[in-house]
Design a protein around this ligand. Structure first.
Ligand code: CDP
Ligand code: MG
Length: 819
């Protein structure tokens, strides 16, 4: 829950709660509590720089079909602009809503929660979110924050995105692959909707004219021929006229009805206008950096609005020497800030590259915390992590107010750069790195590397320190190294693997993927590689057209190579194992390997190890956990979906019948509170057991909960698409590995006489990563999850395979030649 923020006045001061507020609040209904919270937050909203520009923004969006909005991070673009449009009545029609895309799911969930609070409703009703495997919205949702990937998926089921009147592409400066694809798609959708809108308008006008003429005819007719009131017998003419009522709206002329009762062409026109009215689509591009020109030009010279921010000066310090261990330097810097400044002077924000680093620093800080004397004036340091895979209930910690005599240290990936603004930060520690996904189409290698950030990112990071008052930024690199940084990051479309988006484009009916209207055109080799992979996966035919299997694969919100494995699992009767593997691939690792307990961890992991490699090791781990869970307790261990049901949150985007109306939904909340209380206790209890098990076996608890949740969601999808998720092959290791190969056939390497491996795509020398159970083992061939570059090219997540399996698993690519 989002609590008071540092710069907010107390509730008493805001005048909304009487001095004995606590007592009074207990008597309030849930609905009143929502309203009260919104009222309290309104003051903060009004203080945002964007608030004074409200009318100008709304007017500009009303007047133009596309608008580019540039504003500093924290100025209020993401949270306020959708609310301004909602308040203006732009989406008042039933079924008309605003979509706001976010490149990261943590941003979509945390911002939607904040905006639901500001609007004064429960999350999932008027304000909702949509991320992969989790849709918290209803048909009443007016503002939906969703990842760019989810909006792309919505295009597949609703090609004109008719439920949205406005689509906001937020964080456009990040130029993620999916946002880039959405630029082109939305431009096309906007054009089509405009045409349809004008067609409908013209049709409506001509209908009106026809209706008018008809009425006139009727009048003249009845003037000439007095109306015959038949008492007996029939008057065919009159009966015809009276019996035809098109959709209860228009009476048609006699000659519109053919002898056999069909409606002729002329009256068909009248019928068509009673279809759902198409509204013109408004597109808003929002960016935190000053790169407006490119966006404006791409969207036919769309107007640009600049929102001035409120930025206090930030003092920047560089290191004198390059740092060999930036994690250690970050730890020292954080402790120095904490011990040398007053804890009330502001919180600290550290930028790191990923979950592993965040967890390591969290641990180091907790250890240092224990060494600070309890009565020291420095107070306690509270680490608050935030990164993409962090479970939702743990994300809120970063927004919570720091208790007295303590200081928060937010440990974040580049999510805190521009996507989310954390109030109260005054000190920034910038390690100067981030993780970047790359793909080399010539050698077919996808990589996830820790790379230096760009100058633009570096500036954004330091800017986070100057939001409340003047701040300080410690850059853990030298000034010389800063000068060498690139000005901006390269758009993802230029450096990512394109297989998944090309499949989406094909499934959306865009056959000419080479001629698509890209803002930046991807490289030809990357395109060719994606098309060849899709052909080998049997998603496309020889002519590049989408096949039935491709259409099926596009239904899954997964990389096509994973959905292919799930599809093939029916043939090999190993869907349960395939689900384990695909879910486990959603995290980097399930194992926990702390630096100072490596031996203990290795001993604990031994029981899961399989001689066949890392894939079976993961299956063993998940099976062991399930067995423990089944034996120790019969309660649901981690079932977020069920928990959401209790608070009336819709499943699959449809609100349950019981909570069909907003107000009823809020009342339900009160009724459910006792039920939820019991459920909370059960969940807490089972979570503790799960944590205990993970601790004992050196398993990463956060990642395991995530994997279990993802598995539950994919299981549901399988059921919907007619796959039985419970079919298991027992211990038929070969079957599971051949099934895995049917998607992973590019990720294989062959043993060479010198003991190294050579990758099949790209002929690169590959080594097995020391963390793999296959390290030091030799197999004629291997399959792996990913390749990473450090000093050498390492394969991670490795299993032994037989070369002959390849032609069975990928006949289009390997044919008979390997047998
Ligand atoms: O999108 P932009 O960076 O322009 O700003 P925003 O995300 O709309 O944030 C506006 C303000 O809302 C920030 O100053 C944050 O302090 C505040 N906010 C918050 O307190 N809690 C959240 N969960 C989200 C935003
Ligand atoms: Mg924003």
């Amino acid at each position: 829950m989002i609590k008071n923020h540092k710069h907010s006045k107390s509730k008493e001061e805001s005048g909304s709660i009487p001095s004995n507020g606590k007592e009074k609040q207990e008597n309030l209904t849930q609905k009143d509590k929502y309203k009260l919270r919104a009222k309290n937050l309104l003051k903060q909203r009004k203080e945002l720089p964007i608030y004074s520009a409200k009318d100008a923004i709304v007017k500009s969006i009303e007047k133009n079909k596309t608008v580019v909005v540039i504003g500093e991070t924290g100025s209020g673009k993401t949270t306020q602009i959708p609310q301004f449009l909602l308040e203006s009545g732009m989406v008042r029609n039933f079924g008309s809503a605003i979509a706001v895309t976010q490149p990261r799911r943590v941003a979509a969930t945390s911002i939607s929660k904040r905006v639901a609070d500001e609007v004064g409703t429960k999350l999932g009703v008027k304000v909702g979110y949509g991320i992969r495997f989790d849709d918290c919205s209803s048909k009443y949702t007016k503002i939906k924050y969703l990842t760019d990937g989810m909006l792309l998926r919505e295009v597949l089921s609703d090609p004109l995105l008719l439920k949205y009147k406005v689509v906001i592409l937020d964080e456009a400066h990040e130029r993620t692959l999916r946002t880039d694809i959405l630029f082109g798609m939305l431009k096309d959708i906007q054009k089509k909707r405009e045409e349809l809108y004008h067609q409908q308008k013209a049709k409506r006008k001509s209908n009106k004219k026809k209706e008018f003429e008809y009425n006139q005819n009727l009048e003249e007719h009845s003037k000439k021929k007095p109306k015959v009131h038949t008492f007996f017998g029939e008057n065919t003419e009159l009966n015809n006229k009276e019996s035809i009522n098109v959709n209860g709206k228009h009476k048609t002329e006699d000659n519109d009805i053919s002898k056999n009762g069909d409606i002729s062409e002329k009256s068909k026109d009248l019928v068509e206008t009673t279809e759902k009215d198409v509204e013109e689509l408004k597109i808003i591009i929002m960016s935190a950096t000053l790169d407006a020109e490119k966006f404006s030009k791409y969207f036919n010279d769309a107007p640009v609005l600049y929102i001035s921010g409120r930025q206090f000066p930030v003092k920047i310090f560089y290191t004198n020497e390059p740092q060999s261990d930036y994690l250690d330097s970050a730890h020292i810097t954080v402790m120095q800030i904490h011990l040398e400044t007053n804890p009330n002077s502001g919180d600290i924000l550290v930028f790191l590259s990923g979950q592993e680093e965040i967890e390591s620093l969290e641990k180091l800080i907790s250890e240092s915390n224990n060494q600070i004397a309890p009565n020291s004036s420095s107070g306690t340091l509270i680490p608050a992590p935030i990164y993409a895979a962090l479970p939702q209930h743990q994300q809120n910690k970063v927004f919570e107010k720091t208790p007295q005599n303590s200081r928060k240290v937010v440990l974040a990936t580049n999510i805190a750069e521009t996507s989310i603004t954390i109030p109260g930060i005054r000190y920034v520690v910038d390690t100067g790195v981030h993780k970047v996904r790359g793909f080399d189409p010539r050698i077919g290698v996808e990589s996830l590397l820790v790379n230096p950030i760009s100058k633009s990112s570096s500036r954004q990071r330091s800017g986070r320190a100057g939001r409340m008052e003047s701040g300080v930024c410690y850059r853990l690199y030298t000034e010389g190294d800063y000068d060498k940084l690139e000005e901006d990051d390269e758009p993802e479309i230029k450096r990512r693997q394109l297989t998944s988006v090309i499949l989406t484009l094909k499934a959306a009916g865009i056959d000419d993927v080479l001629g698509f209207d890209y803002m930046d055109i991807p490289s030809k080799p990357a395109m060719k590689n994606a098309l060849l992979e899709l052909y080998s996966l049997e998603a496309l035919d020889e002519n590049g057209n989408l096949c039935e299997l491709g259409r099926w694969m596009a239904e899954f919100p997964l990389d096509p190579i994973y959905s292919k494995v799930l599809y093939e699992s029916q043939k090999y009767k190993c869907t349960s194992e395939a689900l384990d593997l695909v879910a486990a691939l959603s995290v980097e690792t399930l194992f926990y390997n702390p630096i100072n307990s490596r031996d203990q961890a290795a001993a604990a992991h031994k029981q899961f190890m399989s001689i066949d490699g890392d894939h079976w090791t993961v299956i063993n781990l998940l099976r062991a956990y399930n067995e423990y869970r089944d034996n120790s307790t019969k309660v649901v261990i981690f079932d977020q979906v069920e928990e959401q049901d209790l608070v009336g949150t819709p499943e699959n985007g449809n609100i349950s019948k019981k909570s069909n109306e907003n107000h009823r939904n809020e009342e339900l909340d009160d009724q459910n509170s006792t039920k939820r209380h019991k459920k909370d206790n059960v969940t807490k209890n089972s979570q503790q057991k799960m944590e205990y098990w993970c601790h004992k076996h050196f398993v990463n608890y956060r990642n395991l909960t995530h994997v279990i949740k993802v598995r539950q969601q994919i299981t549901k999808l399988c059921l919907r698409l007619g796959i039985n998720p419970d079919v298991s092959c027992g211990d038929q290791t070969d079957d599971v590995l051949i099934c895995l190969l049917s998607g992973f056939f590019y990720k294989c390497a062959m043993l060479q006489p010198d003991g190294t491996y050579r990758s099949l795509s790209g002929s690169q020398t590959v080594h097995i990563h020391p963390a793999s159970s296959m390290f030091r083992k030799k197999a004629a061939a291997i399959v792996y999850d990913q390749l990473v570059f450090t000093n050498k090219l390492y394969a991670k997540g490795v299993s032994a395979i037989q070369p002959g399996w390849l032609s069975i698993a990928a006949p289009r690519l390997y044919g008979q030649k390997l047998i």
